[in-house]
Design a protein around this ligand. Sequence first.
Ligand code: HAM
Length: 424
Amino acid sequence: MIQKPKGTYDVFDREGKKILYLQKLFSSLMEKYNYEYVRTPVFEMSELFHRGVGDTTDIVTKETYDFIDRGGRGMTLRPEGTAGVVRSFIENKMYGRATQPVKVWYGETMYRYERPQSGRYREFYQLGVEVFGSTDPMIDAEVISIPVQFYQLLGLKGIKVHINSLGDKESRLAYKNALLEHFKPYLDTLCEDCKERYHKNPLRILDCKIDADKEIMKNAPKMQDYLNEESKTYYENVKKYLDSLGISYIETPNLVRGLDYYSHTVFEVEASVEGFGSQNVLCGGGRYDGLVEMLDGPSTPGVGFALGLERLLTALEFEKIDLLGESGIDIYVIPMDDTKEYTIRITNILRMNGFNVDTDMMNRNIKGNFKQADRLNAKYVMIIGSEELNSQILTIKDNKTQEEFKIKEENLIDFFDEKIEVEE
Ligand code: HAM
């Protein structure tokens, strides 16, 4: 038997329903914030991620799914959403729109060749946003508020928001030099990855899980001490707006994020319930003011975030939050005798009027059909036998109370409109 590739999973049954529910909730939240939906290709030219995500990141050096297409071009399955959306922003000249900033959202599968474990997959799904064109710290706060709002709507309680500032270019350079000086005498004691990070991107040493507990990590210089006035003010303003929104946060100086493109604000939301497991970062994001220009677009600031759907589902399960409740269909139609042509027509009319309807396709007997109606948790059962066909008066049963109704076909929709609330 052929099995699914390692690190992937199939979506079906209750999982499918939950995912659709979350996608729908996120999309309606995005309408409230006035973000527009975008979709970009699942594969892009490899160069986009090398330049966009960064050549020194784990994602690009160790985790991309690369292939050469039949035309000999180097392609990569997207490991994250930002680079593709930035490419699309530039290519479709969204910077020329009158309605700035450009605020977009996406929901896509991502691909990283990581070591699979609970909460870490090779194909996973992110919901995310990107905003282009604004340097107002208010937009950073808005972006941070979106996942927080989303988690709150879902009823998640055990979450913590971590924030930090990486400052502007000048501040980062000063900090980078301080880090180089600090780690230089201890270079031999660092792990192999950190030795490489020292030369390529010393900020990422702070992100290391292996060396995390070492004394030299704990007393490493803090970014905050190297922020110039402008960067400090920016960070203070972001925090001010978060305070106005009533969002509590933890300032985490070692938060640097695993992607190269960030400047100023970075943040992560973590599931802080005990026993959740090591993959507890539910979402992450930040500002990336140099990225559009680095990918050959006009100098344009950007900020965004992405949240992992799988980890969110685990968090919901962990906090025993049931998304689906008692779900079921509205009406189950049972054809008896030889009434299938009439049944298919009535079923269709009901569906077109907004009801969730199913009917028998397995030629069950009446007992089997009532059982099926129960399995589908149908609110009403409608029986169509030859008598109903001839009289066009339909027999309907409330599947809970067993109350029976005789309703003329022409009054059918009015009857159900009154009984069943149709979801928009
Ligand atoms: P990221 O931190 O790499 O950021 O990923 C965001 C979220 O995706 C993580 O917090 C996690 O929930 C989920 N995630 C990442 N890798 C995996 C995996 N292998 N399996 C399951 N879930 C995973 C980004 O991707 C940036 N593009 C976010 C961003 C948008 N920054 C600015 N704009």
